[in-house]
Design a protein around this ligand. Structure first.
Ligand code: FRU
Length: 494
């Protein structure tokens, strides 16, 4: 199929139901569908949106173009959950069906207000010359998951001095005001975060850009997101065109964070403790959305996928997934991310293993299945190479090297199955403290692997696309170490 602009942006009602049926049939033949990660029924999934706790349930939406694995006319798909693990679809989707979102209901966020969930999102509109006109729109979800759009935009144009790259509002309540943080770009093409305030959610005033004491942050900032953990403000964002001298990264665009305990909200200055850091050291995390949940936890969810990259599932009519829900904490000034404990409900068949120093490759699981959690401990000053999703002659595998002398963790997906995104390299590394024991918690789900090192001190997330029969988990290199750990099968969520 040739994905012309006309096809990508034609209204949903123009798609014949038979075409959608055929697409669903194609998706159902796909290898690599996921067992316990949120995925779309068909088409492309991207950013998490509108994450909230409201009406005694968790709410989460995702960006979706349902008719193919491309970025087309986007909507928000609505899910609710009792436990942050199992999710139900509702009819509360936010569809691109008005003059103020004619070319897509783009990303945004949610704020619970009494018996309504208030949504703020970007309405993407293109004119006859394909010029972009972004609107920041409002909608409310009621207690029956019925969604109603506000009839007029909340913010109708970018402020003077900024371009039409103006999207992804994060709305929060703070100091008796509503605040919105919106990704943007100055007229001279510098990425920025624009701050708005409102008393009533309807009249919004531009307060200025958030002043970051950082070098130029690329040409555009997508998905800005602020949360508070104790005294620390965490600013998550997706800078595009960021200089390598500012932050070394290999993905097309990085998902980054800054920490500060000196934010001056009066003057909109954010003085960071360190320069920008990668939120995830792996290949595929973007557009992370985090919230301060009413139970006191800071929770985050990421898009596992990247803009402008083809993935092997495209030919089966679908692309991408969301991450597990992660809890964010701060310890000794460092941001930790770890899947919420509710995920332990998925565990079954616990097994323990203990690999003694051995010169030969050792199979930990001959048939690991494709949905499992692995927890392992490596003592200080050791080195091991782990192969997950390995085939029987050990020619295909996803490789994880742990070096507890140097603290360097290396993942390589070069031999993991079907190649993709090789232009951006097949290896990623993560730095842990040297000469310390390493713990690894690794979640495999068919074609995604989320790795949490030292309880989430760093994370590495990767898609990989194994061929049939890659079912072995082994320690491949000669090891002097004693390796202990646990292994669980994980149940599917539907
Ligand atoms: C990030 C993003 C957002 C935009 C949305 C559109 O992945 O480009 O900036 O709102 O996706 O789907």
């Amino acid at each position: 199929k040739k994905w012309t602009r006309a096809l990508r942006y034609q209204s949903y009602s123009k798609w014949p139901p038979a075409t959608q049926q055929a697409l669903l049939a194609t998706v159902s033949t796909s290898p690599w569908r996921l067992g316990y990660h949120i995925q779309s029924d068909s088409g492309l999934l991207n950013d998490p949106n509108g994450f909230a706790y409201f009406n005694n349930k968790w709410h989460l939406y995702y960006q979706n173009f349902p008719f193919g694995p491309v970025h087309g006319l986007k909507s928000w798909r609505h899910l609710t959950s009792d436990d942050l693990v199992h999710w139900q679809k509702t009819a509360g989707d936010l569809l691109p069906d008005s003059a103020y979102d004619s070319h897509g209901a783009y990303s945004g966020s949610a704020l619970p207000l009494g018996n309504q969930l208030f949504l703020m999102y970007t309405g993407n509109v293109r004119d006859a010359n394909w010029q972009r006109h972004p609107y920041q729109n409002g909608a409310v979800l009621d207690q029956h998951n019925q969604l109603t759009k506000l009839s007029k935009p909340l913010i109708s144009e970018p402020p003077a001095g900024y371009t039409s790259e103006f999207r992804d509002p994060q709305i929060i309540a703070k100091q008796d005001q509503y605040w919105a943080f919106i990704g943007g770009q100055t007229n001279d093409k510098v990425g920025t975060i624009l701050v708005y305030q409102s008393n009533d959610l309807h009249q919004w005033d531009f307060m200025g850009p958030l002043q970051l004491d950082q070098p130029k942050i690329g040409y555009m900032i997508e998905c800005p997101n602020l949360i508070q953990i104790g005294n620390t403000t965490v600013l998550i964002s997706c800078p595009q065109g960021l200089a390598q001298s500012t932050l070394a990264y290999q993905n097309i665009y990085p998902n980054t964070y800054l920490l500060s305990d000196q934010v001056d909200w009066e003057n909109l200055t954010f003085n960071a403790q360190y320069s920008l850091k990668l939120l995830d050291d792996g290949f595929d995390v973007y557009a992370t959305q985090a919230i301060n949940a009413p139970d006191g936890r800071a929770l985050a969810v990421s898009w596992i996928g990247l803009p402008e990259i083809d993935y092997p599932t495209d030919r089966y009519g679908w692309a991408h997934c969301l991450s597990l829900i992660k809890e964010l904490t701060i310890k000794d000034g460092h941001l930790y991310q770890y899947p919420v404990s509710e995920n332990q409900k998925l565990r079954t068949d616990e097994q323990q293993f203990n690999v003694q120093a051995t010169p030969a490759p050792t199979v930990i699981q001959a048939n690991s299945g494709q949905q499992y959690e692995l927890a392992l401990n490596l003592a200080a000053d050791q080195e091991i190479t782990l192969h997950i999703a390995e085939n029987s002659d050990a020619s295909a595998f996803f490789e994880v090297k742990l070096n507890s002398k140097t603290g360097v963790v290396t993942v390589d997906r070069q031999a993991a199955g079907e190649p993709f995104a090789e232009k951006y390299g097949t290896v990623r590394t993560s730095q842990l403290p040297a000469h310390h024991a390493i713990t690894l918690n690794l979640f495999v789900d068919h074609s995604v692997c989320e790795m949490y090192l030292n309880h989430g001190y760093t994370t590495l997330t990767a898609r990989f696309f194994p061929k049939p029969g890659q079912q072995q988990l082994s320690v491949s290199s000669p090891t002097t170490a004693e390796l202990t750990g646990k292994f669980w099968q994980l149940n599917a969520i539907d």
